[in-house]
Each structure stands twice: as structure tokens, then as C-alpha cells.
Design a binder for this molecule. Structure first.
Ligand code: AMP
Ligand code: MG
Length: 333
């Protein structure tokens, strides 16, 4: 256990243990992007906290696939994009290329077909094939700020919207010259600056097979995003099979990954968010090759076999939690 005065930020869950929350801070908790956003600024800066909340509400209004601008573009097959939608689609198309299509912003048809967490439908092979065909990346075009969809394609930013939103918050923190902050958007964490005592922030990595308040290790960090994906976040079970929410764009079904969870540690929220989803789809071996070939990010991979792999760039920052039944290894370049 950690000392009470150490702020522990539990990622993978929305839990933020504000152990040292005090009068000299600005704290907000709001519901946006289908999850709880926790904002903690130290020292107190009410104007910056208000601005961050306003930005979050604005982004929530446009980026959701269930109402707002993206919803309208999906329904009409085309539409004018505001700055957030345009920026997010442009970044997403680059991240689609980088991840070889393991992350795709065009998976709306596949995601809606299954409705994991809502209608929980198990589609036929033909239905999946149709949805995969509709998700072909050639079915989206962006000219200036106009987006056009064809072939039944639908946009879905569920895998990157929170990461993108954290980038926007990071720029507000910089503009407002906030010294220290912890931002958690549905469990995706950004730690800014240092704690008031000059120490780094301690970010907890959730145990994907434990409850929301259970973690398998912590990372000491500053100015980093820790963004996670896993099969425990949204799923249903039928006949002993877990149907979870991370889709393999090639099959149109939940990815058959040997990973239970992926945490990406990096300096860009949108990149971390796309990678966390994509690397889960890739599985351990490809995820580690992707890390070796890439740069600017580090990983904590939690295998279904109980092995936790920490990449060397964060190995010194990582402290395993004992008694969890995991074994730990360091991946080298
Ligand atoms: P995350 O929790 O960031 O991994 O995002 C998962 C969400 O993104 C899911 O609930 C889906 O809405 C959507 N999604 C699932 N699989 C993919 C994928 N391969 N590429 C892009 N979005 C996906
Ligand atoms: Mg993601």
C-alpha cells in the first residue's frame, strides 16, 4: 500500500483517489464522453478549471456518434466538420496508416452491428462481412472541412475522442500556466507538471482481472499520458465466451488477442489512445515489434497468461504491486 498523502491515479477505471485533495486545489468531476472526467489543478485555478470543463462539453457535443455533428454526418453521408471533428479525422487517418489499419475511425458499422454493452447482438458471418466492407477506409473523403462517406461507412471516434480531448486540455493547462494537474477522462490519465512537493505523480495501472479499485503496479511520471484499453471495459458473455468492445477491423468481431490490457505512455493523447486500441488488436508479439520499430511511446502490456511486460523506457518508473499473481518482465529494444 502507498502512503495516504501520495495521490494515486487509478487508470483503466474512472477512480481518482484524491488522497491529498485540499483547499489549495481546483477540483471538478463532470460527465462527458460517456464517462466521468476528473480534473484536479494545483495550485487552485478556478478560471482554468472552468475553461477545461467548457472545452470538454464542447467536444462532447460534436464528437459523439450518437448525437451531435458526427452523428449528423453519419446519418446524412456528408457534412461540414467543425474544428474538432476535422482535426480528429485528419489525425485518425494518419493513425490508421501508422497502425496498419488496426485502429480505424471508420468502424462505425461494425461497432453498431454488435452494440456491445447495449443490444449485445451476435451477428451472422454475412452481416459481419457487410459491415467490414462498409468500413473500407476508401469510403471516407475529406476536402477542406467537408467530410463525405460512401458505401454505408460510419465514423466512430470512440477509440480516440478521449485522447484527443486530453490533448486539448493539455494545451489549456500550458496556456493558463497551470503548475500541476491530474486529468482523468474515463480512466485515461494525463499528469501535468509536478506535485506541490516537487515529486512526480504516481499513476496506477489497473489490474484487468481485478475490480475497479485494484491495480497491478504504478508508474512515476510527469507530463505524460497513460492511456489504456482492455477487454474488461465493456463486454457481454454468452455460452462462456466473452464478447468485448475492441474490434478486429479485418474480421468485424471482437479481437482475439492474447492481451487482457494495454497501457500506452506517451506525450500525445490522441496517439496514445489510437495505439492502446490498435496494440490490443495486434496482440503481444506485434505490439512489441511496433514498439521496437516506433518511437515516442512506452508500454505496459498485460497478457492473458498473467505476464506483465513493461518496456525499458518506463521500467525504472514502474513499481509492481505484490500479491497480484502476475509475473513481470522488461522488454528491450
Ligand atoms: P478504447 O477504450 O480507447 O480502446 O476504445 C474502444 C472503443 O473504440 C470501442 O468501444 C469502440 O467504440 C471503438 N473501437 C473498437 N475497436 C476499434 C478499432 N479497432 N479501431 C477503432 N475504434 C475501435
Ligand atoms: Mg483507445
Amino acid at each position: 500500500m502507498f502512503k495516504r498523502e501520495i495521490a494515486i491515479i487509478c487508470i483503466f477505471s474512472m477512480l481518482l483517489l484524491l488522497a491529498s485533495c485540499g483547499a489549495g486545489e481546483s477540483v471538478r468531476q463532470i460527465y462527458v464522453m460517456d464517462s466521468v472526467a476528473s480534473i484536479r489543478l494545483i495550485p487552485k485555478n478556478e478560471a482554468a478549471a472552468d475553461l477545461i470543463c467548457k472545452e470538454l462539453y464542447d467536444m462532447d457535443n460534436v464528437l459523439s456518434a450518437y448525437d451531435g455533428e458526427v452523428y449528423d454526418i453519419n446519418r446524412n453521408g456528408e457534412g461540414k466538420a467543425s474544428r474538432h471533428t476535422e482535426a480528429l479525422l485528419r489525425s485518425s487517418l494518419e493513425l490508421y496508416e501508422k497502425t496498419n489499419g488496426a485502429f480505424s475511425p471508420l468502424l462505425g458499422s461494425v461497432i453498431d452491428l454488435w452494440g456491445i454493452g447495449s443490444k449485445n447482438y451476435i451477428p451472422s458471418q454475412a452481416e459481419k462481412e457487410n459491415a467490414v466492407a462498409a468500413s473500407d477506409i476508401g469510403n471516407v473523403a475529406i476536402e477542406g472541412d467537408v467530410i463525405r462517406l460512401s458505401g454505408g461507412a460510419r465514423l466512430s471516434f470512440g477509440a480516440v475522442a478521449k485522447g484527443y480531448a486530453s490533448d486539448v486540455i493539455k494545451s489549456v493547462l500550458e496556456e493558463q500556466e497551470v503548475e500541476g494537474a491530474v486529468i482523468s477522462l474515463g480512466g485515461n490519465v494525463y499528469v501535468h507538471g509536478k506535485k506541490p512537493d516537487g515529486e512526480l505523480w504516481r499513476v496506477a495501472i489497473r489490474d484487468p482481472r481485478g475490480g475497479e479499485n485494484s491495480w497491478l503496479g504504478t508508474l512515476l511520471l510527469s507530463d505524460r499520458f497513460v492511456i489504456s484499453s482492455g477487454d474488461y471495459e465493456r463486454y457481454f458473455e454468452q455460452s462462456g465466451v466473452r464478447y468485448h468492445h475492441i474490434m478486429d477491423p479485418e474480421t468485424g468481431s471482437p479481437a482475439q488477442s492474447d492481451l487482457a490490457a494495454v497501457a500506452v505512455i506517451c506525450e500525445s493523447g490522441v496517439v496514445g489512445d489510437a495505439y492502446s486500441t490498435a496494440l490490443y488488436v495486434m496482440g503481444k508479439e506485434k505490439a512489441l515489434s511496433f514498439w521496437r520499430e516506433g518511437e515516442g511511446f512506452e508500454l505496459v502490456l498485460v497478457g492473458r497468461d498473467g505476464v506483465v511486460t513493461v518496456t525499458e523506457g518506463v521500467a525504472d518508473a514502474f513499481a509492481p504491486e505484490s500479491g497480484k499473481g502476475y509475473s513481470y518482465e522488461t522488454a528491450r529494444r
